[in-house]
Design a protein around this ligand. Structure first.
Ligand SMILES: Nc1nc2c(c(=O)[nH]1)N[C@H]1C(S)=C(S)[C@@H](COP(=O)(O)O)O[C@H]1N2
Ligand SMILES: [Mo]
Length: 538
């Protein structure tokens, strides 16, 4: 532009000092400043988590939030490319991709800041706002989770102004003397801050008292066993098929889906935890954690599903649970005639309504669980005690951080989700998912093992079939049933011919009823329809 500087009295013009640092130095400084902002935000997230002020260190972390969203918005072809190139490390690869993107952006911000400080700051703020949106739109995130990032942005803007903006108190105007020294100090200071806060944020434990209580609970639950434990049957041969593309039969706790409305993950102290059985009972009881562990306990493998799981979705997992049989505890409280619902309440105020008759069925094996896959319950999955009920979706049964069971009537009370349009009873529907191939996967011609999982807890799956291009339904090999409460893996070896193909799959329940093809969305009581994959064979 040739407009005289007078017409545009910029800060640069005011300082009258165009002598700037070099581009590479500016890029490095941009990097140091962005890293310092991220490091600070990570540190605040960790401290916030320690004091239970944020949902969790994970959900308040800007890097995690950005990473999850980055993966979500990565186009399918790029994901497929990453999967093809990096296999199971595809998530790592995508995160590395995000890291590189961030580094480039930071360098660009640094370079721009030399001449257009306001634009650089605006760019930086936009990056921050995108991160805040990423954090807030994650499942289970609360408003407080945005605070660390907002503080990080504020600190970053201040640093940007101090280090790079050529305004009055700028430090970059002169190449020599005290200004230059101050510039170097600020730049290295930012880098130091980034490293120090980054390291600190990783060593801060997540929550003091609850953490200690979970540790001792871990020791107590580790010794569950002996005669007072009704163990699950040993896993039969063939419970898992050797199709590497299918999720493992048991879902590791760290991979288990998580769905809840908790603004901050409740971190309860097992030493002070109590479960009250109240309402329409002749014998109200209060149970402590120790009482619960002293009872006869059961151990069962149960597949848990969310009603919000779309066809082909990932809100389903299978775990081994240990705890007290809910039917025994309820029977002890002696429900009164006329009661038909149990309203379970969590420490964070969630209210989940379950059919009393189902919970009272002895062979339903509804559990007040204390362990998940032989590990004391993780905080995110309900420590110290949660409910697990085979055959019901999680929103009507799987109360985490449970502290009260009120025996009541459907006609008297409405549960949280029921008030929001979801079905009152929530029985599981037959479902089936294709795990491999992935959507739009490119396959070489020849044998390919299509595979997936099918479930209908407490009824069981008897058959899974596969259909190619609308042809005949062909029966898949299916893993040995562990119980009617667990999913079953299936696999079908397909001789793939060149061209484009549509693969469909359907399951049949133990009563011989074929899964319905009619497509329904998740609202109000669970999705239906067949999972399908479109592939190109070359
Ligand atoms: N306290 C509480 N318990 C809850 C919920 C919740 O929001 N709050 N969500 C339920 C829903 S909808 C599901 S699907 C399961 C999920 O359990 P998970 O997060 O351990 O997988 O928890 C259930 N228990
Ligand atoms: Mo759910």
């Amino acid at each position: 532009m040739t407009i005289p500087t007078q017409a545009q009295p910029t800060a640069e013009a005011a300082s009258g000092a165009p002598s700037r640092i070099g581009r590479i130095a500016a890029a490095l400084v941009g990097l140091a400043v962005v890293a310092a902002a991220v490091g600070l935000a990570e540190l605040v997230a960790a401290i916030g988590s320690y004091f239970n002020a944020v949902t969790s260190a994970t959900s308040a972390s800007p890097l995690n939030g950005l990473g999850a969203t980055f993966i979500q918005f990565t186009p399918e072809w790029l994901k497929q490319f990453a999967i093809a190139q990096f296999g199971t490390n595809d998530k790592v690869a995508l995160r590395v991709g995000m890291g590189i993107t961030l580094i480039i952006l930071a360098a660009v911000i640094g370079v721009i800041a030399r001449s257009k400080p306001l634009i650089a700051q605006a760019l930086f703020v936009v990056l921050g706002v995108v991160t805040v949106i990423a954090i807030l739109t994650r499942t289970g995130a609360g408003p407080a989770d945005a605070i660390p990032t907002i503080l990080g942005i504020a600190a970053g803007v201040v640093l940007l102004r101090k280090v790079l903006s050529p305004d009055k108190d700028a430090t970059v105007a002169a190449d020599t003397g005290p200004n230059r020294r101050r510039f170097v100090q600020l730049a290295t200071g930012s880098a130091g801050l980034a490293v120090a806060s980054g390291v600190l944020s990783r060593v801060i434990p997540t929550s003091a008292a609850a953490e200690a209580s979970r540790k001792s609970a871990a020791a107590e639950t580790a010794s569950i066993g002996g005669a007072s434990l009704d163990k699950m049957k040993a896993l039969p041969a063939g419970y898992q098929l050797d199709n590497a593309g299918v999720v493992s039969f048991v879902t590791p706790n760290t991979d288990f889906y998580r769905i809840d409305t908790a603004i901050t993950v409740p971190r309860l102290d097992a030493n002070t935890w109590e479960l009250k059985i109240t309402g329409m009972v002749e014998n109200p009881i209060t149970i402590t954690y120790k009482d619960l562990l002293d009872r006869p306990l059961i151990e069962r493998m149960i597949t848990l599903t969310c009603v919000s799981n779309e066809i082909g979705g990932e809100l389903v997992g299978n775990a081994k649970w240990q705890g007290a049989r809910l039917a025994d505890i309820l029977a002890e409280a002696k429900p009164m005639a006329g009661a038909d619902m149990v309203m379970s309440r969590s420490s964070d105020g969630m209210e989940i309504g379950s059919p009393l008759a189902v919970l009272l069925e002895k062979d339903r094996d509804a559990i007040l669980a204390v362990t998940m896959n032989d590990e004391v319950l993780p905080f995110e999955h309900g420590f110290p005690v949660r409910m697990v009920v085979p055959g019901l979706y999680g929103y009507v049964s799987a109360t985490k951080w449970v502290v009260e069971l009120e025996v009541t009537k459907y006609s008297d009370q409405k549960a949280y989700w029921t008030n929001r349009g979801w079905g009152e009873m929530g029985p599981i529907k037959t479902a089936n998912r294709i795990d491999t191939p992935k959507s739009f996967q490119k396959l070489p011609a020849g044998k390919f093992a299509i595979g997936g999982i099918a479930w209908h807890q407490h009824l069981g799956i008897s058959k899974v079939e596969v259909q190619i291009d609308g042809g005949e339904w062909m029966e898949a090999k299916i893993s040995t049933e562990v119980t009617i409460d667990t999913w079953r893996q299936w696999s079908y070896v397909w001789d793939a011919t060149p061209g484009q193909h549509t693969i469909k799959s359907r399951a049949t329940d133990s009563k011989g009823e074929v899964q319905t093809e009619s497509v329904a969305g998740v609202l109000p009581d669970g999705a239906t329809g067949y999972d399908s994959r479109f592939v190109t064979v070359t």
